[in-house]
Write a protein that binds this ligand. Structure first.
Ligand SMILES: [Zn+2]
Length: 279
């Protein structure tokens, strides 16, 4: 059965890229409408779906051609990770609050709002019948059918003495997502951050909402939350980008090596095409 939330919940802060005040309110929805962004400025709701993706540089953006919302992946990751199917997200401005750089504040707000089952509404699922592989450059994805669950294996590596190779293996349940994935924060390398700011991005970025890695050290507020926090954050992003497929994953094993937003979105497209073809 499909799920939404019981009552509204609001989060405020500043947007990561534009650095402007940002607010989102999660609202319960009666119908099977998936994830949608709404605003008094929009003529109609903007569905958070693959066919609305308009950009994948340093975050996943969606657009209806007129209105654009940047960096939707952390918030969607929280909703999908907790097994919520239908959610309206009222937004002011162009991006959700950066929060602490993780999905935990969104997940906590959603849990506080309470999760509501809709017994009369059937829930579809993204299920594969065969092997699916995709590769581009050093990025690789693989998916295959699995029994009784949704399993991930993700590899992140970066040629830096403090990063190296991190591998996370994870079985998706709302409880595990909340503890092992949602708290992992976004990160950036100091040499990239200067270039991003010069390009008008990451303007709201600070140690309040990101981990910064420079040549000599990792700057993380309160220290790292996990020794493999970078791989876990990449998994958080992957779950958020796959949520754009509009269907929950079912009985599937997914492997990703050096994933990024562009690859995630293309992989989600391939996955939904193949899964539908086999239905
Ligand atoms: Zn992220």
């Amino acid at each position: 059965m499909r799920k939404t939330i019981k009552s509204p919940a609001t989060i405020e802060g500043i947007g990561l890229h534009k650095g402007k005040p940002a607010r989102v309110s999660f609202l319960p929805v009666p119908g099977p409408t998936g994830y949608r962004f709404i605003s008094p400025l929009f003529k109609e709701p903007l569905p958070a779906r693959l066919d609305k993706v308009s950009g994948t540089v340093r975050g996943t953006n969606i657009s209806d051609g007129k209105n654009t919302i940047c960096t939707v992946e952390h918030l969607l990751s929280a909703a999908a990770g907790l097994g919520i199917d239908d959610l309206d997200i009222e937004i002011t401005g162009e991006e959700p609050p950066a929060a602490d750089g993780s999905a935990l504040p969104f997940a906590t707000a959603l849990l506080k709002a309470g999760i509501q089952e809709k017994p009369e509404q059937q829930r579809g699922a993204l299920e594969l019948k065969g092997l699916l592989e995709m590769a581009k450059g050093e990025t690789r994805y693989l998916a295959r059918p699995a029994q009784d669950g949704v399993f991930f294996r993700l590899t992140y590596d970066y040629p830096h003495s403090l990063v190296g190779t991190q591998v996370i293996e994870f079985t998706l349940t709302p409880e595990e997502y909340l503890v092992r994935v949602a708290p992992a924060r976004t990160f950036g390398f100091s040499h990239e951050i200067e270039a991003l700011k010069a390009a008008g991005l990451a303007l709201g970025g600070s140690l309040e909402n990101a981990i910064v890695i420079n040549e000599k050290e990792i700057l993380a507020k309160g220290g790292l939350r996990f020794t493999d926090e970078f791989a876990r954050h990449k998994l958080l992003d992957l779950i958020g980008d796959l949520a754009l497929a509009g269907l929950p994953l079912k009985n599937i094993y997914i492997e990703a090596v050096r994933p990024g937003h562009a690859g995630n979105v293309n992989f989600a497209k391939l996955l939904s095409e193949r899964a539908l073809n086999h239905d």
